[in-house]
Design a protein around this ligand. Structure first.
Ligand SMILES: Cc1cc2nc3c(=O)[nH]c(=O)nc-3n(C[C@H](O)[C@H](O)[C@H](O)COP(=O)(O)OP(=O)(O)OC[C@H]3O[C@@H](n4cnc5c(N)ncnc54)[C@H](O)[C@@H]3O)c2cc1C
Length: 390
C-alpha cells in the first residue's frame, strides 16, 4: 500500500520547492503531495530583508502562487495544513487544517523540509503585539502593514538578519535602533575587524546601536511601545523586530522516533534514522552541520532528488561564502570550522577589511571581506578548502 502512495514533502519553502524542481528533472511523473502550514506562495526568503532597498512589498516579493507551483511541478499542494504526528511504522501522517479537520495521509517516502522556528523572548510588559518575527512571506506582509505610516523601528538582535533589516529599514527612511547582548555585531559570524566595519557603516547610515545589553520590557504607549533595556535606557518605537535566532523544527519527528540533536539528524544521503524519512533545509543537521543558508539546501536538494529516484547520492558541499546584505558595507564571509586552530590576519582601512583565518602552517581556512575588499570573495573562495567535505 505504502509503495503506491505518493512521495510526501512537508514544507514549500526554498528546500521543499528546490527539491521538487530537482526531482522533476529526473522523474516528471511520480505522484508527489506537498504540505505546507502557510499559503504555499513561492518566494526567495533572503529577499525579505531587502524589500525597502529594492522597493518591493510582500506582493512584489511573491514569485508564484501555490496553484501555479502545483502546475509547474506536477504536484498536489495542500496549503494551510500542519503535520501533527507521524506514524512511521504505518508510513502515515496525521495532518490538521481547515476546512477538512484532521486527516490521515499515507506516504511511500516522506521528506521533512519544514524549516526553523523564530526564537521568542519572554519579555515583560503589555506591548508584545507590536513585536514581529520575520521568517516567512506572511510574517513580512504583517510587518509591512505594521510599519506603514510608522517612523521608528527597534530591532532586537544584531546577527545577520538584524543587521540586514537595520540597513534596509534605514534605506526605507525609518529611524532604527538595534539592541543586542554582545558588544559587537554578528559575533558568531564575523571576526572583530569586519564586525567593527559593518557596525561603523551602519552607524554612519544613522542606525542607533545599544550593544552589551538586552530588552527587558516592552510596554504599550499609545500606538507604539517603550522598550526598557537592562542598562536602564528607554527607547521609544512604533514597531519592534525580534531577530534573536531560529531553532530548527524537530517536532513531531522526534516524537515519532526520528533521531534529533540540534536539528533532525541526517547522514549525507539526507536519510534520517527512520527508513523512508528524509530531511533537508533549515530543519536538518547534515552529517553534524546545521547550515541555515540557501546554497547548502540547494546542494541537498540535488542529491536527495537523485536518491528519491533510486540513485542513492550523498551531498557534497563546495565552498559557500555567506553574503551579508548590508549595502552600506558589502560583506562576504566564509567562517573557519569552529574547532580550527589558527589566527585571523587582518588588513584594514576604514570600512575595507580583508581578514584571512590561517592555520599554524599558513593554510587559509576561512575569510571575511568588507567594503572594497568584498570583490575578492571569489579569489579567496578558491583558496579555502570546502570545510564540510570529508
Ligand atoms: C530575513 C532573512 C534573510 C536571509 N538571507 C539569507 C541570505 O542572504 N543567504 C542565505 O543563504 N540564506 C539566507 N537566509 C536563510 C535562508 O533563507 C533559509 O536557510 C531558507 O530559506 C530555509 O528554507 P527552508 O525551506 O528550509 O525553510 P522555510 O522557508 O522556513 O520553509 C518551511 C516550510 O515548512 C512549512 N511548515 C513548517 N511546519 C510545518 C508543519 N508542521 N506542517 C506543515 N508544514 C510546515 C512552512 O509553512 C514552510 O512552507 C535568510 C533568512 C531570513 C529569515
Amino acid at each position: 500500500m505504502a509503495d503506491q502512495a505518493p512521495i510526501v514533502v512537508v514544507g514549500t519553502g526554498l528546500a521543499g520547492y528546490s527539491l521538487l524542481r530537482e526531482l522533476r528533472k529526473h522523474d516528471p511523473d511520480t505522484p508527489v503531495v506537498m504540505l505546507t502550514a502557510d499559503d504555499g506562495t513561492s518566494y526567495s526568503k533572503p529577499m525579505l530583508s531587502t524589500g525597502f532597498t529594492k522597493n518591493k512589498d510582500a506582493d512584489g516579493l511573491a514569485q508564484a502562487s501555490a496553484e501555479n507551483m502545483a502546475v509547474q511541478l506536477n504536484a498536489e499542494i495542500r496549503t494551510h495544513v500542519r503535520v501533527v504526528s507521524i506514524e512511521a511504522d504505518r508510513h502515515e501522517l496525521v495532518v490538521t487544517g481547515e476546512p477538512a479537520g484532521e486527516q490521515r495521509l499515507v506516504y511511500s517516502k516522506l521528506v521533512l523540509a519544514w524549516g526553523a522556528e523564530p526564537v521568542h523572548l519572554n519579555l515583560a510588559g503589555d506591548g508584545q503585539d507590536r513585536v514581529y518575527s520575520i521568517n516567512d512571506l506572511m510574517d513580512y506582509r504583517a510587518f509591512r502593514k505594521a510599519v506603514d505610516g510608522a517612523r521608528r523601528v527597534a530591532i532586537m538582535g544584531a546577527g545577520l538578519i538584524g543587521c540586514e533589516f537595520a540597513n534596509d529599514l534605514r534605506n526605507g527612511g525609518y529611524e532604527v535602533d538595534v539592541i543586542a547582548p554582545d558588544h559587537r555585531v554578528m559575533p558568531g559570524l564575523l571576526p572583530e575587524a569586519a564586525a567593527a566595519a559593518v557596525r561603523s557603516e551602519l552607524s554612519a547610515l544613522g542606525v542607533g546601536f545599544h550593544l552589551g545589553t538586552v530588552v527587558e520590557r516592552v510596554d504599550a504607549v499609545g500606538d507604539g511601545v517603550n522598550l526598557t533595556l537592562a542598562s536602564g535606557e528607554q527607547i521609544a518605537a512604533d514597531v519592534v523586530i525580534s531577530a534573536v535566532g531560529l531553532r530548527p523544527r524537530t517536532e513531531p519527528a522526534e516524537e515519532a522516533g526520528v533521531q534529533t540533536n540540534r536539528a533532525i539528524v541526517v547522514n549525507r544521503a539526507l536519510e534520517t534514522s527512520v527508513p523512508d524519512i528524509y530531511a533537508l533545509g533549515d530543519c536538518a543537521e547534515v552529517d553534524g552541520h546545521v547550515l541555515m543558508y540557501v546554497l547548502p539546501l540547494m546542494a541537498c536538494a540535488r542529491a536527495l532528488a537523485k536518491t528519491l529516484v533510486g540513485e542513492r547520492t550523498e551531498v557534497r558541499y563546495g565552498v559557500m561564502p555567506v553574503m551579508v546584505k548590508t549595502p552600506c558595507c558589502p560583506t562576504a564571509v566564509y567562517p573557519p570550522p569552529a574547532d580550527a586552530e589558527g589566527q585571523w590576519q587582518v588588513e584594514s582601512e576604514g570600512r575595507d577589511v580583508r581578514a584571512e583565518f590561517r592555520s599554524p602552517v599558513g593554510e587559509t581556512l576561512g575569510f571575511a571581506v568588507t567594503g572594497d575588499y568584498a570583490v575578492e570573495k571569489q579569489a579567496l573562495a578558491r583558496k579555502v578548502p570546502a570545510i564540510h567535505s570529508e
